[in-house]
Design a protein. Structure first.
Length: 111
């Protein structure tokens, strides 16, 4: 429940910031990445489902299937990406290189 509390606090801070600067969301970029397997499985490491009970769902998928890491961002001006990583594992140096060489050029000037 700690993560849910942190998310609520973040939303409250953002709501307070919009009282000070109403167009603040126009100056932000939100991004995330996902791993897509050729088997159809999508690794949803950042997706959280809140519920009142545990559904106890068991889902099988192929191990070590070929996969692709995909990054995308969203701003008030539109979508940046997608960017496809050509490495099986995205290490910080690859991520930083992508941001410096690709994402920065795509950000709207006001951000």
């Amino acid at each position: 429940m700690v993560q849910k509390r942190v998310c609520v606090e973040c939303c409250q801070i953002l709501a307070e910031m919009t009282n000070i600067q109403p167009d603040i969301v126009n100056l932000m970029a939100f991004s995330d990445e996902a791993i897509f397997h050729t088997s159809g499985h999508v690794k949803r490491h950042n997706t959280i489902f809140w519920g009142t009970e545990n559904p106890s769902v068991i889902r099988e998928h192929e191990r070590d299937s070929p996969k692709m890491n995909v990054w995308c961002a969203m701003t008030a001006a539109g979508v940046i990406g997608p960017y496809f990583f050509d490495t099986p594992t995205v290490m910080s140096d690859f991520y930083l290189q992508m941001v410096q060489q690709y994402a920065i050029d795509e950000l709207p000037l006001q951000i």
